[in-house]
Design a protein around this ligand. Structure first.
Ligand code: SAH
Length: 232
C-alpha cells in the first residue's frame, strides 16, 4: 500500500492559519519534509518546521531539508533532487509523506518542481491549498484589497521603476512579492505617485510582524526577504 505524496500549504506564518484539512494531514503523516536555511552563524532554521511544531506535531516526524538561498538556483535544484530521491524511496516503503510549503504551495513556490517530477514518474501526488501571504497581509491592515471594478496584478520583485510606474498609472492594484529585489523601483515610484497608497508588510503572522503605510518610513527602511507590498 502506498499513499500519495501530499504537498501541504502551511499558510503565511501564524500556525492557526493552516486549514483544518492541512492540520489533519500533518497529524496523520509519518514524515514531514520542511524547507530550511542556514543562518549566518551556521545554524539550520526552518520557519516551516516551527509552524509544524507549534501545531503540536511530534518532532520525530519532522525532517528539515536545506535549501540554499542564493540567486543562482543550481544548488537549490540539487537539494530538490536529493529530497525527491529520498521521498520517492519512503513513498515506495509505504510511508505517509508530506512536503510542506509556506503560504500556498502553488503560489511562487519552487517546491512545485518536485511535484511535477513525481507526476512525471507516475507517483501519486496531491496538494492542499493555503492562505498566501498577501491575503493575510490584507487582513492585517484591514484592506479591501480589490473592490468593484478594480483589477489586481501580482508580480515578483523584478520590475524596473519605469515598469512599475506604468502599472501604477494603468490603475491596477499591485502586489509585489520578493520585495527585497526591487527596493529602488519602489522608492522611485513612491516619489512619482504621491496619490497612491503603498502598504508595506514584513513577517506577517509571526512575532516580528510589521505593517506601515508611512511613505517616509518605507523609503528609509531595508526590506527583508519576508516582505511584500500592496499598492493601491
Ligand atoms: N508561497 C508563498 C510565497 C512564497 S515566495 C505564499 O503563498 O505567500 C516568497 C515571498 O513571499 C517573500 O519574498 C515575500 O515577498 C512573501 N512572503 C511570504 N511569507 C511572508 C510573510 N509571512 N510576510 C510577508 N511576506 C511574505
Amino acid at each position: 500500500m502506498t499513499y500519495p505524496i501530499n504537498f501541504v500549504s502551511l499558510g503565511p506564518g501564524e500556525p492557526e492559519l493552516i486549514t483544518v484539512k492541512g492540520l489533519k494531514q500533518l497529524q496523520q503523516a509519518d514524515i514531514i519534509y520542511c524547507p530550511a536555511t542556514c543562518n549566518k552563524s551556521g545554524n539550520t532554521i526552518s520557519r516551516a518546521a516551527d509552524i509544524v511544531s507549534a501545531l503540536g506535531i511530534s518532532n520525530d516526524s519532522i525532517r528539515n531539508f536545506l535549501l540554499p538561498m542564493s540567486k543562482d538556483r543550481t544548488a537549490a535544484w540539487k537539494a530538490y533532487d536529493a529530497l525527491y530521491a529520498e521521498a520517492a524511496a519512503n513513498y515506495a516503503a509505504g510511508k505517509r509523506i508530506i512536503i510542506v510549503a509556506e503560504g500556498d504551495a502553488g503560489f511562487y513556490s519552487s517546491i512545485q518542481y518536485i511535484y511535477d517530477k513525481f507526476t512525471a514518474a507516475g507517483i501519486a501526488v496531491q496538494r492542499t491549498p493555503g492562505i498566501p501571504a498577501f491575503i493575510a497581509a490584507g487582513a492585517l491592515a484591514g484592506l479591501h484589497i480589490v473592490k468593484q471594478e478594480e483589477q489586481i496584478i501580482v508580480i515578483p520583485g523584478t520590475p524596473t521603476a519605469e515598469e512599475l510606474s506604468e502599472k501604477i498609472s494603468a490603475g491596477y492594484v499591485i502586489v509585489i512579492m520578493k520585495l527585497s529585489q526591487c527596493v529602488e523601483a519602489v522608492h522611485e515610484c513612491i516619489r512619482k505617485h504621491p496619490e497612491n497608497r503603498f502598504h508595506y508588510f514584513e513577517n506577517v503572522g509571526t512575532e516580528k510582524e510589521y505593517y506601515t503605510a508611512d511613505k517616509q518610513i518605507i523609503v528609509e527602511k531595508s526590506f527583508p526577504y519576508f516582505s511584500l507590498m500592496i499598492i493601491q
